[in-house]
Design a protein around this ligand. Structure first.
Ligand code: FAD
Length: 467
């Protein structure tokens, strides 16, 4: 019996020893692994410190999308983000809702954007000079930054004409930034504004006019050109829109000739036609200036200040990319304002290519939707001032104006005014992006009343070519 107990004790102590050894070896292996991991992290951190940064300049649609992409794709280089504006990124397309306190307005911040970790921010800082020969940027703070790759997403600035700058406190505002929106809103509240003049019948001006008139303000829109949306619509399209009722008044081929003050504030404007309009506020939504002054002295290729980029959004200098409103794809030489979505799309593509993953940008798929009065407007790609060799196919009746721009059986652009609900707009957009041949399957997605005529037009075009 005693012997049995001794064997049992020995077995137990053996078990204890082996268990202790097992636990000890587990902890030793764990510590070794942890140390190795820490060493590896330290090595990566040290090597990434040695790597020169990827620098993104611009804190709006294109710049923000590029930063998100660099982080999501685990950019090995340090990332520096520079923007002239003081605020974090805002979605400018929401500015009319902010100004008019729209019930559905949920804030100006770009959805899903919080200032990410792992990025060196330099906001309220402009770049004043770029030296591509030394891969160096000079900032307004005097700091010099050397980059490995650079993305210029500096967009457009909207300023008041020199002659109107002294009228700012009296009720004249530019319409180009969140700060402008805040100033306009404050002025409207302080001075109980009721009548507003908007200068410029482009997309920005008309969206604001619609929002303000929906909010019961009296709005007059002044446009220098003979039609509205002069960059997007041809004469017939513009006429179709203006023939339909809107809740604001349009004055085309008109400019402001005289501004009348009363009690130190705007009271009335006189147009070139002699028409007088009572107003307490004038908002300039006119064309802007491309922010590329800091590369003027460099050899980077530009056209009318826009940076010329290839389909990978690379400028004429290999390490420098551009995206958004400040660039022009290839030497197309018809400058197009891309809009919010396109700027975001280009930011993603440019960042992807900075990381060495070649991704082409399918150009000219800028897309806009807006509703003016009772008329819906959907536009994508090339819609106006297209080359003469391109086919413009128009279907029109009282309730719609549908334009398809086609070249070599490829859809280049479309413009759907009025009734458009049964069009598969996304599919048409993809057709422009992919530049796939137009076929009946695509057209089947179009409205039944126009499908037959579209197909017959295409076959007419083909027959003409075949002859
Ligand atoms: C009021 C308003 C309403 C709009 N509404 C619509 C709409 O409804 N639909 C639509 O599609 N588009 C709309 N747009 C146009 C759309 O906002 C632009 O197409 C889009 O913002 C372009 O983005 P981006 O990143 O190229 O440049 P931008 O938005 O112009 O941003 C440029 C960025 O670069 C920074 N920057 C400029 N110069 C320097 C410098 N030297 N150094 C450092 N940083 C610099 C600026 O601070 C800014 O952060 C609107 C624009 C405005 C102003």
């Amino acid at each position: 019996m005693r012997r049995l107990i001794t064997v049992k004790q020995k077995l137990l102590s053996l078990l204890c020893v082996s268990l202790t050894l097992l636990i000890a070896s587990y902890y030793i292996v764990r510590t070794i692994r942890k140390n190795r991991k820490q060493e590896a992290h330290a090595q990566i951190a040290a090597s990434s410190k040695e790597l020169k940064p990827f620098v993104v300049v611009g804190g709006s649609a294109a710049g923000t999308a590029a930063i998100k992409t660099l982080l999501a794709k685990k950019c090995p280089n340090p990332i520096v983000w520079i923007a002239a504006q003081a605020e974090p990124p805002y979605n400018m397309t929401l500015l009319p809702s902010f100004i008019t306190d729209n019930k559905r307005f949920r804030g100006m911040r770009i959805a899903g954007t919080k200032m990410p970790d792992g990025v060196d921010y330099k906001f309220s800082t402009a770049i004043t000079k770029l030296d591509p020969t030394r891969n160096e940027l000079i900032l307004s703070s005097g700091e010099h930054i050397t980059y490995s790759k650079l993305l210029l997403a500096t967009g457009i600035r909207y300023e008041l004409a020199l002659g109107h700058k002294h009228l700012v406190s009296k009720g004249v505002f530019a319409y180009g930034s969140f700060a402008d929106g805040q100033a306009i809103k404050k002025f409207m509240r302080q001075h109980a504004v009721k009548d507003i003049v908007i200068v410029g019948a482009g997309i920005r001006g008309l969206k604001l006019a619609q929002a303000l008139s929906n909010a019961q303000y009296t709005v007059n829109v002044i446009e220098k050109a003979s039609t509205i949306l002069p960059r997007y619509l041809d004469q017939d399209g513009a006429r179709f829109v203006t023939e339909h009722p809107t809740s604001w008044t349009l004055h085309t081929a008109a400019t402001i000739k005289k501004v009348q003050l009363r009690g130190g504030l705007i009271n009335e404007v006189t147009l070139s036609s002699g028409t007088k309009i009572a107003c307490q506020l004038i908002i300039y939504a006119t064309a802007g200036i491309i922010n590329t002054d800091f590369i003027r002295h460099t050899s980077i290729l530009r056209h009318n200040n826009a940076i010329i980029v290839d389909k990978y959004l690379r400028s004429s200098i290999n390490t420098i990319y551009a995206a958004g409103d400040n660039c022009m794809i290839n030497a197309d030489y018809t400058y197009k304002c891309h809009g919010w979505q396109e700027a975001q799309h280009q930011g993603i593509i440019a960042a992807t290519n900075m990381l060495g993953q070649y991704k082409a940008y399918h150009e000219d798929c800028a897309y806009h939707t807006l509703t003016l009065g009772t008329t819906s407007i959907v536009m994508a790609g090339h819609t106006h001032q297209t080359p003469t060799a391109w086919q413009r196919i128009v279907y029109q009746d009282k309730s719609y104006y549908h334009l398809f721009v086609v070249h070599n059986d490829r859809l280049k652009g479309f413009c759907l005014l009025g009734f458009y609900k049964s069009f598969d707009v996304m599919r048409l957009r993809r057709a422009i992006g992919k530049q796939a041949p137009i076929n009946e399957a695509l057209l089947e997605s179009c409205h039944k009343s126009v499908i037959a005529s579209i197909i017959s037009s295409f076959s007419m075009v083909k027959n003409k070519r075949g002859r």
